[in-house]
Design a protein around this ligand. Structure first.
Ligand code: PAF
Length: 267
């Protein structure tokens, strides 16, 4: 596996005629990332994985400083998983002028950026899009794989990037149903036992065993609820007669850890 930090080397890495798939990550790799790498490999000749903790997608009081940085073990995992190239840029490579958060170009599209997770994390999706576009510019992949756990992020990337085919991996779960996430390692032992209740309640809502009001109450008894919504999965707006796919989307806090989960299903 090649490990590249230099932008010039990365920009020239791909060979004429070969298909390159890309998996952008912030490191702290787990089985969910590995399943995206498998998906990427099925769709291309060679696979590039980036590891970059992007400052512009964190708000001031968020966990940028504490975000797990496990580069050595991440690289070992990628090597073992037969990734062709790990792109590990430093901040100057991604933001050569300086790190500037910007909403430029998306003022008209605020709804998707500022609803749901965007209410609690107003920076987040603008920062994600900024870094994903920059990474696409450098790596120039044909295909890029993103997980479905951050469903709103996925919709924004699909809508506001071009020239790269976005493919989607399903949510990978622990045996007890908890969606895998780098941030799960913040949970203490008691919290880890409670955390799977999030998915259990969403499943009950999907099956009609709970309504939205009772699901909200159940969530509030275990978690601090950020939001729970049942929306049209394509527009992230109210369900209408034209809705074909429904998204149950939820974010909660457990102690200081924010957990995210969703279920997408056809009507
Ligand atoms: O989903 C993530 O890990 C990040 O938001 C991403 C897409 C790598 C951008 O930093």
């Amino acid at each position: 596996m090649e490990i590249i930090s230099d932008i010039n080397v990365m920009e020239k890495w791909r060979n004429e005629g070969e298909k390159v798939a890309f998996v952008p990550t912030m490191g702290g790799l787990h089985q969910g990332h590995l399943s995206l790498i498998d998906l990427a490999r099925e769709n291309a000749d060679r696979v590039v994985v980036s590891i970059f903790v992007n400052p512009t997608q964190f708000g001031e009081n968020e966990d940028f400083a504490d975000y797990p940085r496990t580069l050595d073990s991440d690289l070992k995992l990628l090597e073992k998983h037969q990734v062709d190239c790990a792109f590990v840029p430093n901040v100057e490579v991604i933001y050569p002028d300086k790190v500037v958060f910007t909403r430029a170009g998306f003022e008209e599209k605020r709804y998707l950026f500022e609803t749901l997770c965007g209410k609690t994390r107003p920076h987040f999706f603008y920062g994600v899009l900024q870094v994903v576009r920059r990474l696409f510019e450098i790596v120039r992949p044909d295909v890029a794989a993103f997980g479905q756990k951050d469903y709103q992020q996925l919709q924004i990337i699909k809508r506001f990037t071009s020239g790269v085919k976005v493919i989607t991996g399903v949510i990978v779960r622990e045996e007890d149903g908890l969606a895998m996430s780098t941030r799960n390692q913040y949970l203490n032992m008691d919290e880890r036992l409670i955390a799977p209740n999030l998915y259990k309640i969403l499943r009950q809502l999907q099956r009609g065993e709970l309504g939205i009001k009772s699901a909200t109450e159940q969530l509030q008894s275990d978690f601090e609820l950020d939001y729970l919504a049942m929306l049209d999965a394509n527009t992230l707006k109210q369900i209408t007669d034209n809705t074909s796919k429904i998204a149950i989307l939820c974010a909660v806090f457990l102690g200081s850890t924010r957990l995210l989960d969703n279920i997408i299903f056809t009507k």
